[in-house]
Each structure stands twice: as structure tokens, then as C-alpha cells.
Design a protein around this ligand. Structure first.
Ligand code: CTP
Length: 225
């Protein structure tokens, strides 16, 4: 199957040397890409700026901003049977990008921000029959309630609920534990473990759910015979 996976943070420019970003390192997304490859799938990885090397046997598309990630993901989504948005996409970007370095003044600085496109919501609206769409919800409180809300609002098949309040797991850590919530059915808890191992389990769950929705092997839609 064709997997499209996004990973890492995005950077939203303020001026030629400054940007807004977040602590995502791309480890979870890269681990998922490697696990999907090792399960025998064809993988395209759209990556924000991270310090990880390109994994072998995977097509890597490097982007910087949320707008670049939107263009890279959306132009490739139709060809994919499974799309996983692991990237920590910026929700806001500066309204104006300065051509020259910003100089400091005496008082406070107010930075005006505007919303970026919600890529996952766009994919949820344009999802084709048989395609599986998976999102991540990184939360510091009310994990399952917020995750379920995102699952429904963005028309996803699965959401991976990720508690990032504990400092020993999640963003930037080597280990993670998650709850996978399906659109239909019971949530599945995957305990704290190395991200690469966890990724193998997540891909196995997705592959199993895909084989249940597409009885005929190799079919790219779920219409009845
Ligand atoms: N996402 C996206 N495009 C964005 C922002 C997020 O595709 N502009 C995706 C992420 O890759 C992730 C999921 O949406 O799979 C996260 O859901 P979201 O509701 O955007 O979470 P937050 O960005 O944490 O926003 P908030 O909790 O403020 O609603």
C-alpha cells in the first residue's frame, strides 16, 4: 500500500533569521515511516525541519512552513491509501514577514498572527472511499475528550491520542505511549515503549483495520461487489 506520512515541526518566518516553531523532533513520524516501510509498504515522508537523516527506501520531501507542508501533503494525498499526519503543524503564522532583520525598540513587541490552513481537516473533507486518514492529538489535559473531538471534527478514521504532559514521553522523547481511538469501535491502549517499537504496533493496527474495510486485496475503494 501507499503510505503518506508527515513529521516534525513547521517554521513560520518572522524575519530572515527568526521563526515561530515548536519542540517536535520528528522522531515519531520518522519511526512510523520506517515501520510502514518494514511492513512492505511504499512510503512518502513529508518532513518539516528536523536533524534526522533520510531513512533508506523512503521518498522524503523536505518543507519548512505550514503552507509548504499543506502543498506537499495535499498534492500527494490522492495517491495514498493511508495518510498519517504526525507533524506538529503551526496553527498560526506572522501576518507579515519582514524583509530585513527586526530591530528592537524600548517597549513591548506585539506580533500579529493569522491562522494557517488545517491540513488534516482539508484531507478529511477530500478523503476518497477506502482511504484511511489518521491524525495525532498531543494534549496536556482532557486527552481522550479532545482527541475524540478532533477525530469527529476532522472526519478521521483513527486518532492517536498522545499525552504530552509527562516530561518522560511524547514530544522530543525517545519513548511514547498512546491511545488509538477509531471512528468506530473501542479505543486501544499502546503502553510506554521506544518510539520505533510503538510505530510497528501502530502500523500493524492500521493495516489490520484496512484489511477489514477492504475485503478484496489490492482494491483501492470499499464499494460492494
Ligand atoms: N494539523 C494539521 N494542520 C494544522 C494543524 C494541525 O494537519 N494546521 C494536524 C496535526 O498533524 C495532527 C492534528 O492535526 O495530526 C492535531 O490536531 P489539532 O486540532 O490541530 O491540534 P492542535 O494543533 O494541538 O490544536 P488545538 O489543540 O489548539 O485544537
Amino acid at each position: 500500500m501507499k503510505y503518506l506520512i508527515s513529521a516534525g515541526p513547521t517554521r513560520e518566518k518572522i524575519d530572515p533569521i527568526r521563526f515561530l516553531s515548536n519542540r517536535s523532533t520528528g522522531k515519531m513520524g520518522y519511526a512510523l515511516a520506517e515501520a510502514a516501510r518494514d511492513a512492505g509498504h511504499e512510503v512518502v515522508l513529508v518532513s518539516g525541519p528536523v536533524s534526522l537523516a533520510d531513512p533508506a527506501g523512503i521518498e522524503v520531501v523536505r518543507v519548512e512552513s505550514a503552507a509548504e507542508m499543506a502543498a506537499a501533503v495535499e498534492s500527494r494525498a490522492a495517491a495514498a491509501e493511508v495518510v498519517i499526519m504526525t507533524a506538529a503543524v503551526a496553527d498560526y503564522r506572522p501576518v507579515r514577514v519582514l524583509a530585513d532583520k527586526m530591530k528592537k525598540g524600548a517597549g513591548k513587541l506585539l506580533l500579529e498572527l493569522e491562522r494557517t490552513e488545517d491540513i488534516l481537516a482539508t484531507l478529511g473533507r477530500t478523503k476518497r472511499p477506502g482511504q484511511l486518514l489518521i491524525g495525532f492529538a498531543a494534549e496536556t489535559r482532557d486527552l481522550l475528550a479532545y482527541a475524540e473531538d478532533k477525530l469527529r471534527r476532522k472526519n478521521l478514521d483513527w486518532i492517536v491520542a498522545n499525552d504530552v504532559a509527562a516530561p518522560d514521553r511524547g514530544i522530543a522523547a525517545d519513548v511514547n505511549g498512546v491511545t488509538m481511538i477509531p471512528a468506530v469501535g473501542a479505543p486501544l491502549e499502546l503502553p510506554l515503549q521506544h518510539k520505533r517499537q510503538l510505530a510497528t504496533q501502530i502500523i500493524a493496527v492500521i493495516d489490520r483495520s484496512r484489511s477489514r474495510t477492504t475485503p478484496a486485496a489490492g482494491r483501492s475503494d470499499n464499494r460492494p461487489e
